[in-house]
Design a binder for this molecule. Structure first.
Ligand SMILES: [Mg+2]
Length: 337
């Protein structure tokens, strides 16, 4: 078993601004894992918020030696070894996890959803993200997103009301709100949430910084809208504590090390009666398809990473009016253009 990698710079269709900053391109690293003449694709989309860059991903890859394993079917042992090399590096670990799953599906000749016994007709409805921007640009983006039944709106700067009012002038469709830790004061956060509840908003994601856990608990007690953890939840072990401050979790493959851990997180959250959402980074159809295969298990899907870019090197899951359409090809079902 061996692997190689290549960096791609994904171009965003629009400047992507959230409460932490803005960008026009996103670097990702595509991994090819080869064994027995079959190639499994994986992807790392590193995020500085979680301490990763393309350089840290590559340096982590250089420390992995998979030749000690006879077959990708030993996926649990391989991933335990990869996880033990060093803490963090979750998107780099995720690339290995996705590639192993793709390889296994291809070797067995079945799509991943079939391997897991999931119904591809029951993929979760997918939201389309509207990032923070001027009135004019938001208006244009909302019109462009007309085919999508649910919008996820980024808030957390000082133009929250303007963002929502601009959208509400155009459409009354369901909105998810994501503040990306932008509201630092609990009273302000509560005021914003109570205003949002009258705007047909379904839930609010990460209203306050992850390190203000007591404020988040206070807020959840008083909030009339469900609160979903994103930056507060990285991996499995954090979930039980978060049940005190959130109604659900947003799992991202790039944060949690991949599909293997994501499945454990879904089961744990459900056992705690929490809602389960899966989100994504800016990423190609490789990682978006990986998430989509798990999506029949989700309450909410925000897997639009590859819809936001203009130069996806891969073809895989299609997003048709917010429906995630998986194909019947084995593994992830992705092909390089
Ligand atoms: Mg989020």
């Amino acid at each position: 078993m061996k692997f190689s990698w290549k960096q791609y710079d994904l171009k965003l269709k629009h400047t992507f601004r959230i409460s932490r900053g803005a960008r026009d391109t996103a670097p990702v690293i595509i991994l090819e894992l080869e064994h027995d003449g079959i190639i499994g694709y994986g992807e790392a989309s590193p995020s500085k918020r979680y301490g990763e860059t393309p350089e840290t991903v590559v340096s982590f890859f250089q420390r992995i030696n998979l030749s000690r394993f006879e077959t990708p079917f030993l996926i649990d042992e391989v991933l335990a070894y990869v996880d033990s090399i060093e803490q963090g590096n979750t998107s780099a670990k995720c690339a290995i996890d996705i590639a192993l799953h793709d390889w296994i599906g291809k070797k067995l000749g079945v799509p991943l959803y079939q391997l897991w016994g999931l119904n591809p007709k029951k993929t979760a409805k997918c939201s389309f993200t509207i990032a923070i921007d001027s009135k004019e640009v938001v208006e244009q983006k909302v019109r462009e997103a007309e085919e999508f039944p649910i919008l996820k709106v980024k808030l957390g700067l000082d133009n929250d009301e303007e963002m929502i009012n601009t959208i509400r002038k155009i459409t009354d469709k369901v909105l998810y709100v994501d503040a990306n830790e932008g509201w630092k004061d609990k009273n302000l956060a509560l005021k914003r949430i109570q205003w949002l509840k009258d705007q047909n908003v379904e839930f609010v994601e990460q209203p306050m910084p992850a390190d203000q856990f007591d404020d988040l608990k206070w807020l959840r007690d008083k909030s009339d809208l469900p609160l979903i953890a994103d930056e507060s939840v990285i991996r499995l072990s954090e979930i039980p504590k978060l049940a005190q401050a959130f109604d659900g979790i947003n799992i991202k493959l790039m944060k949690c090390t991949g599909l293997r851990e994501a499945m454990r997180m879904i089961n744990t959250a459900k056992a705690l009666n929490m809602k389960v959402m899966m989100g994504c980074m800016i990423e190609t159809a490789v990682a978006t398809s990986a998430g989509a295969h798990l999506s029949p298990l989700l309450d909410y899907a925000d897997l639009d990473g590859n819809v936001l870019i203009s130069n996806d090197p891969f073809d895989g899951v299609r997003n048709i009016r917010g429906e995630l359409k998986l194909n019947t090809k084995p593994g992830l079902g992705v092909t390089l253009h």
